[in-house]
Design a protein around this ligand. Structure first.
Ligand code: CUA
Length: 331
């Protein structure tokens, strides 16, 4: 509805219209009360001005009706704003099930993107229209912020941890991608394009590129190469916790606390293993900080996600090729 109005970028995601509606509501409320207060200040200044040197204003002892009015109306407005924005925030924070997953690594000064199926892109991301896309973001150096104005999506990429965001594009086209957090001299050049394709075109794009290993298969290969497998075995003599069925489960820690095994937990357990020790194990695992890149960490996390859960079924990886693809995923 705002096309042709240059202050607003195009609305090209499922949340764009909802974000704009809240924004316009806030602007309208602000403008209304600014004008009302300015007009009243001016009007009262004229109407109740001092008319003679010896004029004494009458004593006023308050008005309950007036005070209730100027308390309850603003209370109603801020509560409405709170409920409206909280509901929107929650739906933007909660990733829909079955979303296509993309790994995002910010680096001065580029965006590196990995599809679960192995395709890698720099400063460009191809996604299908009408399918939710989950972004797992991190940074190898400083804080960056992944910003797609047309989707009304902005999320910080923070070194040392994962943040998530999601969007569902509603219109095919090319959209701006910006870094929205000052990150050094070429911050303004840290830009890119989101290419939204029709599902059939997207499949063609997926199969067109030389892909190499899927993210999970690359992670599995790393798991062997780094000898993770020598400790993380499924037999009883293993020195490290068994990782089968780990993802999405609750983990008992030595400290007596419980941790939830999500992407962030797995990343932390690889980068700083001493942060959370699993109950019944010794803190013998060395840190892999600096030995594996952020992209490799994403691969390992993707691999651990595919290890079958208690029901014996692996987490579904849409479109992942077989594990024996030719090795084209050299770092
Ligand atoms: Cu990256 Cu600004």
């Amino acid at each position: 509805m705002w096309s042709g109005f240059p202050l607003f970028p195009e609305q090209a995601s499922t949340v764009a219209g909802r974000v704009d509606a809240l924004y316009i509501f806030l602007v309208a409320i602000t403008v209304f009360f600014s004008l009302l207060i300015a007009a009243l200040v001016l009007g009262f200044a004229i109407r109740f001005r001092r008319r003679s040197e010896d004029e004494r204003p009458p004593a006023i002892h308050g008005s309950l009706a007036l005070e209730l009015t100027w308390t309850l109306i603003p209370l109603g407005i801020v509560l409405l704003t709170f409920i409206w924005s909280a509901e929107l925030y929650v739906s933007m924070a909660r990733v829909p099930r079955g979303a296509m997953e993309i790994g995002v690594v910010g680096k001065r000064w580029m965006w590196k993107l990995q599809h679960m199926t192995g395709q890698r892109e720099i400063n460009e991301l191809h996604v299908p229209v009408g399918i939710p896309v989950k972004l797992t973001l991190t940074s190898e150096d400083v804080i960056h912020s992944f910003y797609i104005p047309a989707f009304r999506v902005k999320k910080d990429a923070v070194p040392g941890r994962y943040s998530t965001a999601w969007f569902e594009a509603t219109k095919p086209g090319r959209y701006h991608l910006f870094c929205a957090e000052y990150c050094g001299t070429k911050h303004s050049g840290m830009i890119g394009t989101i290419v939204v394709l029709e599902p059939a075109q997207f499949q063609a794009w997926l199969s067109g590129g030389a892909t190499g290993l899927s993210l999970a298969s690359a992670g599995e290969k790393l798991f062997q190469e780094l000898s993770c497998v020598t400790c993380h075995r499924s037999d009883s003599g293993a020195r490290g916790p068994n990782l089968v069925g780990l993802f999405g489960s609750s983990v008992k820690l030595m400290s007596g606390e419980t941790a939830f095994a999500d992407e962030g937990y797995i990343r932390e357990s690889i980068a700083t293993p001493s942060a959370k020790i699993v109950e019944g194990y010794q803190p013998i695992m060395p840190t892999y900080q600096g030995l594996v890149s952020e992209e490799q960490l994403l691969q390992l996390v993707a691999y651990i996600q595919t290890l079958p859960g208690q029901d014996g079924k692996a987490a579904p990886l849409p479109g992942a090729p077989a594990t024996t693809a030719p090795d084209a995923a050299k770092q």
